[in-house]
Design a protein around this ligand. Structure first.
Ligand code: CDP
Ligand code: CDP
Length: 225
């Protein structure tokens, strides 16, 4: 297969990571979860007591404790901090609660955007996030904007978190997801928004496999006409 780049953006819980991973696996190409990189910065900030509002402090922290990315054996990207894989520690409510604020800083975004572009430069990727089709890979071959009802997105995230042993209240989770989406969509730099040439896929009421099939069929049409 030639060098193919697929961008998937959308709000929290739309199914981006799960579906992007499935699509990448079916195509036999790399999956890059850019949200995990922003979560990695939040994990470091929490560990070293840096406020998510302190842009200069976050940059200094990243200089001292660089976030690095390694390729896992499953063709996904592992996040490393201080030489240790932290990918499994990134989905806690504490990390989710601070990630959106620090993601709004242009200096933080510049560092992570460069890391993300490195992955797509030489090989085929499926990359998901908020600004992939608009900023990170504006020339992606296929751009998807994945959505779903807020209630369904919150229900999905609730069962995912309960499965990981977190005790969360549905209404509170729904409210914090809506708040995070609004913050991501309203920031001045690289906001969450649909690229003009993105195709909208609504995953409400659909299984992961159905959504992956839909995206693969869009990709085939775009790539082969
Ligand atoms: O899994 P979920 O959709 O809840 O979040 P995520 O994809 O892990 O992203 C966590 C946060 O990172 C988002 O709410 C954004 O604030 C930020 N993010 C971003 O700003 N740009 C990206 N390309 C990816 C994530
Ligand atoms: O990455 P994003 O925040 O957009 O969503 P996700 O983490 O991929 O999906 C959140 C949860 O919803 C996961 O547990 C998925 O298995 C589930 N999901 C689903 O039930 N049906 C879909 N069509 C997509 C995701």
């Amino acid at each position: 297969m030639n060098h193919v780049r697929i961008a998937i953006d959308g709000p929290a819980g739309a199914g981006k990571s799960t579906v992007a991973r499935t699509v990448a696996k079916r195509l036999g190409i790399l999956y890059v979860d850019t949200g995990a990189m922003y979560r990695g910065v939040a994990w470091l900030a929490q560990t070293y007591g840096v406020s998510p509002s302190d842009e200069a402090g976050l940059v200094a922290m990243l200089r001292e404790h660089p976030l690095t990315c390694g390729r896992s054996e499953h063709d996904t990207v592992d996040i490393l901090a201080d030489g240790r894989v932290i990918t499994q520690e990134l989905r806690s409510p504490a990390v989710s609660g601070m990630v959106s604020e620090l993601s709004a800083h242009p200096a933080v975004r510049d560092i992570l955007t460069a890391l993300q572009r490195d992955f797509s430069r030489h090989e085929s990727v499926v990359m998901d996030g908020r600004d992939i089709g608009t900023v990170v890979m504006p020339d992606a071959d296929v751009k998807i904007f994945l959505t779903a009802d807020l209630d369904e997105r919150a229900r999905r995230r609730l069962s995912e978190m309960e499965g990981q042993g977190f005790c969360v209240d549905y209404q509170e989770l729904r409210a914090t997801m809506a708040e995070r989406d609004a913050r991501d969509a309203s920031r001045p730099v690289a906001p969450l928004r649909q690229a003009p040439d993105a195709i909208v896929v609504d995953s409400t009421g659909k299984s992961v496999e159905d959504v992956a099939d839909e995206i693969l069929s869009i990709a085939r049409q775009v790539l082969h006409g």
